[in-house]
Write a protein that binds this ligand. Structure first.
Ligand SMILES: C[S@@+](CC[C@H](N)C(=O)[O-])C[C@H]1O[C@@H](n2cnc3c(N)ncnc32)[C@H](O)[C@@H]1O
Length: 288
């Protein structure tokens, strides 16, 4: 276990948290939190809504899709953005926080590329945090709610990853070090459009990806790079079913997407459109 309490502040009173003993952390006001033997902790504010994040089934479907390499080019773009952006700026091992980490696939790719970094795997789903922390080197895991004030200290991350996950611009700005980089991956309306047209995934409103820039600008973060990643990989019936199964419309969509023919008996498309934007943000004046 490589648990690092220096990532955290108390979700109740916002005082810094530090180790009490091997299996608990606490703040000066007496709030205490258990650390699991796997190096994970749950830091949710009182009365947090009972949203639970991705289920085991959704995570399994996501892992199966990612294992095929279908989203490999997105991971390549994330790694390149992290490496050219924040990772080597301080000269010390970089601190990378993956917020809405899922299985931790993108953080793991960054870990391969920049071996000395240390990681925070953060998600609302306890299973996701467990899986991601287990598979990442030098990782601490935290169950948190990205819609709430984050239980993370000010200026604590060199790189923040936020891939297909909820965004909280003012909080992301607060935890980013002055010369740090925030890497956000957002699907465009054309992403996986073949599955959306068949009703197997939710529609993405046109222009939604672009509006992300305004949200972060309003939080004091400037756009440094905008990289479109577009390609059309093959996706057989199994992969299409997994793509549908890893999303919020998973319950009914998996069976539909796994069919080899559509409602009219015509064969389902053999390729899908991957179409996302990779944004890199930082504080104004920290671009060099
Ligand atoms: C579409 S998945 C993306 C996972 C991962 N970044 C990837 O691309 O493989 C969205 C992730 O956000 C998590 N999530 C959803 N709502 C959340 C919340 N309010 N706070 C923290 N995580 C949340 C889900 O549990 C899920 O793991």
């Amino acid at each position: 276990m490589s648990f690092d309490a220096t990532w955290f502040r108390c979700p109740n009173c916002f005082e810094n948290l530090s180790a009490i003993d091997d299996l608990s952390i606490g703040c000066a006001n007496g709030h205490r939190f258990d650390v699991s033997r796997q190096g994970t902790v749950t830091l949710l504010p009182p009365r947090t809504p009972k949203t639970v994040g991705d289920t085991r089934e959704m995570l399994d479907a996501r892992r199966d899709v990612l294992d095929t390499g279908l989203f490999g080019p997105i991971a390549d773009a994330v790694v390149e953005a992290a490496d050219t952006g924040g990772l080597r700026l301080s000269g010390e091992p970089a601190r990378v926080a993956d917020l809405g980490c899922g299985t931790g696939y993108y953080a793991a790719r960054v870990a391969d590329a920049v071996p000395l970094s240390t990681f925070l795997a953060a998600d609302r789903s306890p299973i996701a945090v467990r899986v991601a922390t287990r598979d990442l080197p030098r990782a601490t895991g935290v169950v948190l709610d990205l819609w709430q004030p984050l239980p993370l200290r000010d200026d604590i991350a060199d790189v923040v990853l936020n891939v297909f996950a909820p965004r909280h611009p003012s909080e992301f700005a607060r935890i980013l070090r002055p010369r740090g980089r925030l890497i956000v991956v957002v699907p465009t309306a054309r992403h996986l459009r073949e599955l959306r047209a068949a009703g197997e995934l939710l529609e993405i409103p046109e222009g939604k990806a672009e509006r992300v820039v305004d949200q972060f600008d309003g939080a004091g973060l400037t756009l440094f790079e905008r990289t479109p990643v577009e390609y059309r990989p093959e996706a057989d019936a199994t992969v299409r079913a997994q793509l549908a199964g890893m999303g919020p419309s998973a319950h009914h969509a998996g069976a539909l997407a796994g069919r080899t023919t559509g409602d009219n008996g015509a064969p389902q498309p053999l390729t899908v459109s991957v179409d996302v934007l990779v944004f890199v943000f930082g504080r104004s004046g920290s671009s060099s």
